[in-house]
Design a protein around this ligand. Structure first.
Ligand SMILES: [Zn+2]
Length: 413
């Protein structure tokens, strides 16, 4: 932070009273009279969510400078009265697939109408994505990020995985990286149709030339470890090759059935095991005794009428649970974190408090971030206000667009 000798004296004085001296380097903004604020910082308020009643938050540029009771808020350059609305950190959506083209309405419609449908699933999207221009893919990513932002998502991970050639995967990651810092190489989404008769050859491509082309554009490496996609040995080869290039693993694990994905994720120190719908007690135990976050993606079960993941045994065992959308055109075409919160509370054994924590701080942990997912001094100035008195309304009023204001990096969206 730069030192600015023109610092607002009022702000510095008030902040000093709170025990911290911060120098304001940009215009400061106070959001006051937040009826109930989720901070996710237990040192700031009540319970695991660190709840503060009638709260205020002060932004200094793109950072949070001060959090506390509205009555004690320091003077600032600008002020916004929240009028009693509830506030919470911007959602952290740690799992999505936004670099794609095309549409799979017919497939969804057939599935939900109980009709057989024999189109190509992921391969349909691969063909459309390969055929799309860079401009069309940029426009799609921007559109879905804007859609998510309007619903309160201020941090969004996204993946490649619909290119499946060296050039198309690298292109997807370059496009993703132009829109978000959280970019994941998923060349191992499915075996490329070009290698249908030679899956081992495809793994060699992914761990060799494709990884070389993709690693500079990504932070994470991911594998769909599932029957019909990649087995445990293939997944291990891909994840360890990614690690050797400086990428950190995350794994699509145990979505459709039991398998080695979760254990492999824990063994390799993956940031996250994603889906976790079919878990043994050994899988739950492994997650609970690791730093690997269990990321649950109920949009996928909703959109495929599949069995829900059960958060309760994971939380009770002590595992860290994140909630995310899995936004993709095939199996979960939602960008709505509030919708996922409502599903998690209704059908996955989570309390409203747990679901909101998992959609904010839980997602931040799945991305190994400490600057998002919480409202605390020093964190990024990402805040959502709800047209409701409490964060519980996200589950209590499902499908209602309650997010009424969003600040991202200190800017009102
Ligand atoms: Zn996914």
């Amino acid at each position: 932070m730069t030192t600015d000798t023109t610092t607002s004296p009022k702000l510095s004085t008030s902040l000093e009273q709170g025990g911290t001296r911060l120098t304001a380097s940009a215009p400061t903004t106070a959001i006051t009279h937040i009826g109930q604020l989720v901070t996710n910082d237990p040192s700031l308020g009540e319970g695991p969510l660190g709840l503060i009643q009638d709260a205020a938050v002060v932004f200094d540029g793109d950072r949070i400078a001060w959090v506390g009771a509205s009555s004690k808020a320091p003077a600032t350059d600008n002020a916004v009265d929240a009028g009693g609305r509830a506030g919470l950190p911007g959602f952290v959506d740690s799992h999505s697939h936004l670099v794609f083209a095309g549409d799979r309405t017919a497939e969804f419609n057939a599935r939900m109408s109980g009709r057989p449908y024999s189109a190509g699933g992921i391969r349909t999207t691969v063909a459309a994505t390969r055929a799309a221009t860079d401009e069309a893919l940029h426009a799609n990513v921007a559109r879905y990020l804007a859609e998510a932002l309007r619903q309160g998502t201020t941090t969004q991970e996204t993946k490649s995985g619909y290119g499946l050639t060296v050039e198309d995967e690298a292109r997807a990651l370059r496009i993703a990286a132009a829109h978000t810092d959280e970019v994941t190489f998923l060349g191992a989404h499915i075996v490329s149709p070009d290698y249908a008769d030679d899956p081992a050859g495809y793994v060699d491509l992914v761990t060799g030339p494709m990884l070389d082309a993709c690693a500079p554009h990504a932070r994470w490496v991911d594998v769909f470890c599932e029957k019909g996609a990649f087995d445990g040995d293939q997944a291990r080869a891909i994840l360890t090759a990614g690690q050797a290039k400086g990428l950190v693993p995350r794994v699509h694990a145990n979505q459709l059935g039991h398998g080695p994905g979760v254990q492999l994720a824990v063994e390799l120190g993956a940031a996250s095991a994603d889906h976790c719908t079919h878990l043994t007690s050994a899988d739950i135990d492994a997650l609970a005794h690791s730093d690997t976050v269990a990321t649950l993606l109920p949009g996928a079960e909703f959109s495929t009428r599949a069995e829900w993941p059960d958060a309760r045994p994971l939380i009770d065992a002590g595992a860290t649970v994140a909630l995310s959308t899995d936004c993709n055109p095939g199996s979960s075409f939602t960008s709505s974190m509030p919708f996922c919160i409502a599903l998690a509370v209704r059908d996955m054994g989570m309390t409203p408090d747990e679901a909101v924590w998992s959609a904010t701080e839980g997602g931040a942990r799945a991305l190994r971030r400490t600057d998002v997912g919480r409202i605390t001094p020093g964190a990024r100035a990402d805040l959502a206000l709800l047209d409701a008195p409490s964060h519980v309304h996200l589950a209590y009023r499902p499908g209602v667009p309650l997010v009424s204001a969003v600040w991202h990096k200190g800017v009102l969206v």
